[in-house]
Design a protein around this ligand. Structure first.
Ligand code: IPE
Ligand code: IPE
Ligand code: MG
Ligand code: MG
Length: 355
């Protein structure tokens, strides 16, 4: 498992690498950057994924069925299953049925963690619509998350997909640990950059690297290649979460509440960096606002302006871009293919996306 802090340092070392992409990654074909185009090589595999995913969501229990129908109706980006399928194709040619089940398993686990995350974060909006906890209350959301998790585990167990199950269970463990460390840090407001990277590595990059790794595992025994894909997912995952954290400071609608991280005293990279750059008095003033249990629009604006003024947004953006460039150069170990070009496109999409 690559270490998040070293990925972060590499990122810093090559802060301008994004403009020199062509050197580290041979552009043998155009790199797609919209999800519609990125998906093209795995369109048929996605049909197989969808049927496993829908079947696992099904329940004879009336209330549960109503809630899972609502989840299926939502527009998730399906980035994780796409990553599993593309990784398999880029590593070995054709995705197998095991690959399709791995794709369904990751999306089930991802959905379960989002449903739980909205309870933990007290978030009323998800994917542009009401969250499960907002519509059906916390109790239902907690139980739905458990249902989805167990359905994912059963899907793998029923087909003896032990190695995929092992990789993904470990990711779920790390996600819970990451979320817990984040809660611990938001109580103390004493988070540094290294801890931030540990948190996002555990809560987000763990699952994304499990996607790229399990895609590879489902088609090849080449340990070096599997390790490469793991590292690719880890690096991509860090960039992906920094983009997510930048949403919290922007004015655009990303389909989830803005300012909620600050509201929850969650200190993310832009704020951590700005606080490090500011003088003692300024730092104290901002931390006092962050520490308020209730913050109004003016408070949130004050913090956001401070973060921008002290270069927090700019720094986070640069780090995100260099991580994406690092991820992309890791792909040079793979033979050229349409799937590899799509994976390169995903490194771009991860940092350019608007939702
Ligand atoms: C959201 O993930 C949670 C994070 C790790 C930032 P996505 O942005 O992939 O969520 P959906 O599935 O597309 O809604
Ligand atoms: C993402 O965490 C959820 C997990 C990785 C478990 P966040 O709380 O930062 O993500 P959003 O912004 O709600 O999607
Ligand atoms: Mg959260
Ligand atoms: Mg959240």
């Amino acid at each position: 498992m690559p270490d998040a802090s070293s990925a972060a340092t590499n990122g810093r070392a090559s802060a301008d690498a994004s403009s020199a992409d062509g050197e580290s990654f041979p552009l043998d074909r155009p790199v797609p950057t919209t999800l519609d185009d990125i998906r093209v090589p795995v369109e048929d595999d996605l049909d197989a994924f969808r049927s496993y995913f829908r079947e696992a969501m099904r329940s004879d229990h009336m209330l549960l069925d109503k809630v899972t129908q609502y989840v299926l109706w939502q527009k998730g980006k399906r980035i994780r299953p796409i990553l599993v399928l593309l990784s398999a194709q880029a590593c070995g040619g054709a995705a197998t049925d095991q690959t399709h089940r791995a794709a369904a398993l990751v999306e089930l686990l991802h959905t379960a963690t989002l449903v739980h995350d909205d309870v933990v974060d007290d978030a009323e909006e998800r994917r542009g619509v009401f969250s499960i906890n907002a519509l059906w209350k916390n109790k239902i959301a907690v139980l739905l998350g458990d249902f989805l998790l167990s359905r994912g585990l059963l899907l793998s167990l029923d087909h003896d997909d032990y190695s995929v199950l092992h990789t993904l269970s470990d990711a779920v463990r790390r996600m819970s640990e990451g979320e817990l460390l984040q809660i611990e840090k938001s109580r103390l407001l004493d988070i540094d950059e290294e801890t931030y990277f540990r948190i996002i590595s555990d809560k987000t990059a763990s699952l994304i690297s499990a996607c790229t790794k399990s895609g590879a595992v489902s088609v090849t025994d080449d340990e070096a290649l599997i390790e490469r894909m793991d590292e690719f997912g880890e690096t991509l995952g860090l960039a992906f979460q920094i983009r997510d954290d930048l949403f919290d400071f922007s004015a655009e609608d990303a389909g989830k509440p803005i300012g909620i991280d600050l509201q929850e005293k969650k200190m993310t990279l832009p704020l951590i960096v700005a606080l490090r750059e500011a003088g003692r008095r300024e730092k104290k003033r901002i931390l006092a606002i962050v520490d308020q249990d209730e913050k109004d629009r003016d408070d949130l604006r004050t913090i956001a302006d401070f973060v921008d003024e002290y270069g927090g947004i700019e720094h986070a953006r640069r780090k995100m871009e260099s991580l994406a460039a690092d991820a992309r150069s890791l792909l040079s170990a793979l033979p050229p293919s349409e799937a590899r070009a799509s994976l390169a496109g995903l490194t771009e999409f991860a940092i350019q996306r608007s939702r």
